[in-house]
Design a binder for this molecule. Sequence first.
Ligand SMILES: Cc1cc2nc3c(=O)[nH]c(=O)nc-3n(C[C@H](O)[C@H](O)[C@H](O)COP(=O)(O)OP(=O)(O)OC[C@H]3O[C@@H](n4cnc5c(N)ncnc54)[C@H](O)[C@@H]3O)c2cc1C
Length: 397
Amino acid sequence: MKNGCPQLSFENTQTAFRLKNDRALRRAHWLFGMLRFQLLVRIGNAVVNWSIKLRLPVSGIIKMTVFDQFCGGETLSDCLPILDQMSEVGVKSILDYSVEGKETEGQFDAACSKLLELVDFSKKNPSAPFVVFKPTAVGRFKLFVKVSDGKALTEQENIEWKVVLQRYELICQKAYDNQIPVLIDAEESWMQKAADELALLMMKKFNTSRAIVFNTAQLYRTDRLEYLKKLNESALSEGFFVGVKLVRGAYMEKERERAQKLGYASPICISKQATDINFDEGLRFMLSNCDRMSLYLGTHNEKSTYLAVQILGERNISSADQRVWFGQLYGMSDHISFNLGDTGYNVTKYVPFGPVREVVPYLTRRANENTSVAGQTGRELSLIRKEIERRRSLKKD
Ligand SMILES: Cc1cc2nc3c(=O)[nH]c(=O)nc-3n(C[C@H](O)[C@H](O)[C@H](O)COP(=O)(O)OP(=O)(O)OC[C@H]3O[C@@H](n4cnc5c(N)ncnc54)[C@H](O)[C@@H]3O)c2cc1C
């Protein structure tokens, strides 16, 4: 125990994989082994996406492989056993309705209703202390882009944008009434300005005594440290609280491709090292201003997580302080989540759910991420191997 913060190690595979039986562990080993091969993943993604479009019966195979590894189930009730098991060992959940790429008002209304239902669920289930949504789950991507560009909206678009604002207000008001914090994901930089403005409006309205609304800052963007500083200044001068989920950012290739195609400077840090420096700087800044700022640290990076824990110790902030949360995605980096939970830190897993066919875009991103983050996949594999070996040697004894 150091300054109220318990000592932590991510090397403990027994704790990391305590909820995985031998079969699930072997499946994870096989899956992460496959995900190392970029070509295989690319072909797999293409085949799955075409099969879904052609309505071929591929749900079963998807379910047995990537879906079961990275999703909690198809419905809320499917996810319950997972939520209970994780909560018992100190890891909370954030149910993430991962149905993406919707375009119609009816679909946006349905997503909004689902969110309201999830707030009710969280109110009754301490195992799910946050809710989360993507801006483009409640409004059209192209409309976010047009507003971000500052272009004049048509009369119809003005009405549409007002409805997006109403959906934000419905969700955040309900979250506020029930005191359930809500995380708003970040997406592509060219639609994010409008999303940031909506999130700021919500923070000013609902973060009056603590952070209920959290926006997301992607620190692979060169301008986000400045964004955090300005947000803190506004909060101080206008008297509201800031909630921010810090992440590195998931759309790097897309961002670079678009910048190159349209001939503008890429908004993304020049190298991984530059992103890491920026991310850790953002983390330091937020923890030094935690009187105003609540932090949700969404990362699978061990060094950044250790750094956060170290700063908490140095600043005498308790591991159980509700202003600081850690987060990983379900099916990834269990060694971080379960060891954090075991040591008493506030930690959650995003638990995606939804019909198998509908969550394919989410699964495609996870598969791609696990090939592009080669080091991390290698780390997952070596930890799984270590645990398989540990269990084998126990059986021999
Ligand atoms: C709980 C949770 C919530 C998340 N929510 C969001 C969200 O709302 N929006 C979103 O965009 N992402 C989100 N992500 C994904 C996140 O942004 C990262 O893509 C992912 O977590 C990998 O980064 P890392 O910090 O975990 O690990 P690391 O493996 O240390 O970092 C990998 C990341 O570094 C950056 N990077 C890699 N190579 C380079 C390079 N050559 N130059 C510059 N930068 C580079 C990229 O951002 C890459 O994803 C979330 C992740 C988690 C765990």
